[in-house]
Design a protein around this ligand. Structure first.
Ligand SMILES: *Cc1c(COP(=O)(O)O)cnc(C)c1O
Length: 420
């Protein structure tokens, strides 16, 4: 008798992702670079195609039918994103090119106009370069001082140190929700409520959390949250900034141009209402609409289901990876509580260069990333120049993890035999 294995989430939806069904170097593709960018379901690809085939026109500018359709779909996508992260108002979602641009918007609009010499910005040592460099630029311009929260022995956000760093001088705390290298899930609710007690504003970098778990910005009570569309099954060229309404209202424009004005005179202008005040020029219309389709897709699967399935994958990945003696994994292990662990593993192999590992794995069809993953300061702190990183999504399977582990062991054996 054949015992039917229970179908996993991935089994039921893999057919939705055309790109996954191909071979590279004559091996079935195993895509484990989801933290860099995710793949796109057919619903998103069709949305892009249909938009250009049927509705393409500029938004907010004309009365003709196509423009009305494009505008309705573009603003509809804003509604979908707003609902997805449970904002209080649709005006709190600003479309940007990506998360980096969203952070720069806050840095240049709010930071440049609100930070004074000796004011303090608290970041962490695990931030992506996108949440470090803009603040370095703004600190240089304003005289504000940047402090960094370090790591605990288990490779997590050091909350005790954070408490010590906070003071009346703290004006901003900007923290990654889920580290793209350590995989730790930071206690953002506790961070936000404590920072607010000192009157500081809090920005959450949600690039690695929004695609993988339910997010409720009102419950979280963050002042801003940023994410990138391309990491959440949407296209490149679109991301968003969430900000509390009063805060966004008080912030001056970041970029000037068409779309963001109310009235323009030769010497001065008045600005459009939110969110248009922050969307200068023709936006990424097709990309925003397709991001709306990605959000529909994720909501239909259910973010709680996605998160639960990815937790299973995480446990499986770590069980196998931690059995390889030469492998060192960075960040907290799932044993310290799977709630604190995302479905990605950055690791090194004793004596091997991480780029050699990923090159050989590619020959086996396994796409993983190697290098500093845009967290150079963190890698410096860990004492390594680079790590290999396998990052998973809900369309990945245990069978793929098995194949990855086999390929990794073969790679290690291959280099061992060359060294002997
Ligand atoms: C990818 C990523 C970013 C930057 O996203 P872009 O799309 O490149 O702007 C920022 N923070 C984290 C944690 C990321 O993973």
């Amino acid at each position: 008798m054949i015992i039917a294995k229970e179908r996993t989430l991935a089994d039921t939806i893999r057919a939705d992702f055309p790109i996954l069904h191909q071979e590279v170097h004559d091996k079935p593709l195993i895509y484990f670079d989801n933290a860099a960018t995710s793949q796109k379901p057919k619903a998103v690809l069709d949305t892009l195609q249909n938009y250009y085939q049927q509705d393409n026109a500029n938004v907010h500018r004309a009365v003709h039918c196509l423009s009305a359709r494009a505008t309705e779909a573009y603003e509809g996508a804003r509604d979908k994103v707003a609902t997805f992260i449970n904002t209080a108002s649709r005006q709190e979602i600003v479309f940007t090119r990506n998360a980096s641009e969203a952070i720069n918007l806050v840095a240049y609009s709010w930071g440049l106009n609100n930070l004074q010499p000796q004011d303090e910005i608290i970041l962490t040592v695990m931030e992506h370069h996108s949440n470090l460099v803009p603040w370095q630029i703004i600190a240089q311009k304003t005289g504000a001082v940047i402090k960094h929260v370090g790591l605990t022995a288990t490779g997590e956000f050091d909350f005790e140190q954070f408490q010590q760093l906070l003071s009346e001088r703290t004006k901003l705390v900007s923290v990654v929700h889920v580290s793209n290298t350590l995989g730790c899930i930071n206690p953002v609710e506790a961070i936000i409520s404590l920072a607010h007690q000192y009157g500081a504003k809090v920005l959450i970098d949600g690039c690695q959390s929004v695609p993988h778990m339910p997010i409720n910005v009102q419950a979280m009570d963050c002042d801003w949250l940023v994410a990138s569309g391309h990491k959440m099954c949407g296209p490149t060229g679109i991301g968003f900034l969430y900000g509390k309404l009063e805060l966004l209202q008080a912030m001056p424009p970041f970029l000037g141009g068409g779309e963001m004005i109310a009235e323009v005179f030769l010497e001065h202008s008045t600005y459009a209402d939110l969110p248009h005040k922050f969307e200068a020029g023709t936006p990424a219309i097709a990309e925003a609409i397709a991001l709306g389709a990605a959000v529909d897709y994720l909501r239909e699967l259910g973010m709680d289901k996605i998160h639960a399935y990815e937790e299973e994958l995480t446990a499986y990945l770590f069980a196998l990876l931690s059995q390889i003696p030469e492998v060192q994994i960075y960040g907290p292990l799932p044993q310290t509580g799977s709630k604190s662990r995302a479905a990605l593993a950055a690791f090194t192999v004793e004596g091997l260069d991480s780029s050699d590992i990923s090159t050989l794995l590619d020959q086996e069809g396994v796409a993983i990333r190697s290098g500093h993953h845009c967290t150079q300061p963190l890698h410096r702190l860990l004492g390594v120049t680079g790590t290999a990183r396998a990052s998973l999504s809900f369309y990945n399977t245990q069978a793929e993890i098995d194949a990855f582990i086999v390929a990794l062991k073969e790679t290690i054996d291959f280099f061992r035999s060359m060294m002997d």
